[in-house]
Design a protein around this ligand. Sequence first.
Ligand code: ADP
Length: 499
Amino acid sequence: MKPPSILFATSEMAPWVKTGGLGDVAAALPPALRRAGHDIRVLLPCYPVLRQAFPKAKVIAELPALAPALPPARLLAAEADGLPPQLPLLLLDCPPLYDRPGNPYVGADGHDWPDNGIRFGLLSRVAALLGQDTSPLISQRISQHGWRPDVVHLNDWQTALAPAWLHYEGGAASVVTIHNIAFQGCFDEPLRAGLGLPEAAWSFDGVEYHGLLSFLKAGLQLATRLSTASPSYAREIQDERFGYGLAPLLRHRSEHLRGILNGIDPVVWNPATDPALTVPYAPYAANQLAAKRANKRALQQEMGLDLASDRPLFGVVSRLTEQKGLDLLLALGDALPELPAQLVLLGSGDPELQAGFLALAKKLPGQVAVRLGFDETLAHRIEAGADCFLMPSRFEPCGLNQMYSLRYGTPPLVHATGGLADTVVDVNEATLADKTANGFVMTECGTDALWHAMQRAAAAWHDKRLWQRIQQNGMRCNFSWSHAAAEYSRMYRDALAAR
Ligand code: ADP
């Protein structure tokens, strides 16, 4: 049987728009699904950066105002170069909603755009529309374009409202993937009518959630199948401690929920060919770990750290939020010289954490270096130059950086949660014997546990042969997208059969 055709709807996609893991997933999973034989197209808002990247995108549909709150829009078709085979993109062009500088979700003041319900309501509406048979609203041109997906795949709250239309009006099967359940997209009730959702949708088993319209709850309630970014996270979010209020609903739907571990892009994240590793950085492979020392030196130099070779250099690349547990690291910051160890941190987010880390760097010059902002090149260089990568996350749906770290011979130190628990194997006698030991795992998430794990990592780093074994075990791990794509394929077929 022919693999089902898929519309993959997303609010971000690397390299153009990326605020976190979803951007990377949207860049890598659709091409992997295409290689697995799926006819797949990616729908995303036409942000200014995409308009610039695809000046020749063709208009394939003029969409009238689809509901009272939704402005008219156009659908453009473009092809993403890079990874063969070419990947068709559908760009939702609506300048009043998407032609804004900077971040797709927040304005320059750091607050959510006030019309996010409309911006992502339109994206969800159009994702559903593309999965509907005979919508009278679709212009002739799109029917000439003649493509309807068998399955509409939605990602996170920004597109998770689409299953509501598919449920109440009919259409393709749908899948919602949770990349982070902490973000749910909740808005005041009048938006329901504004987006053109039927009154019947306003119920406990519809889109209503504690008196609000919740995009994510709607998707989790009404999509044919659900997934999330790792098997452990799929279990955790059914528990009150991790479910952000949605645990009961997920338990109710547990038969339809699966955890599929993300892969990583082996071309973009390859220490042997990484274009970010220009002189004095140097590319390297698992059998050339000496070159990693040159990268450490280069990173120390670039970040203004002392060129110390007698202590490990811990690295962090992260959003600075409560989720990532970096407040624990900050609390321990003053004690770093006791280990002794150096720290390099690249991140942005919570103003208090930003200020705290800047103050720490000022207090410990030469030992702690902090760069605020989003910097792809430096992220690669930290993976290559640090000795050990820190991710003490309180929860982590999948996490990509620990997988990049493994690939870069930079053993990760993590809290055993979500995808971190599914990818990092703690160093102990048994795991060293069976060659799976690849990092340091804290079973608790607190300052004591983090300090203890950092001490263990520092001690292991001083044992050069042990360290190399841990590095090489990690570099052998295979986190290919083809494995994930095969699991998504099975879920699509399941969803289609259940329709
Ligand atoms: P999340 O999606 O929760 O932010 P992930 O580990 O799944 O966390 O993915 C984060 C991605 O974003 C990684 O590719 C990481 O390198 C990147 N990233 C996060 N912060 C920065 C930053 N300040 N500069 C560059 N890349 C960053």
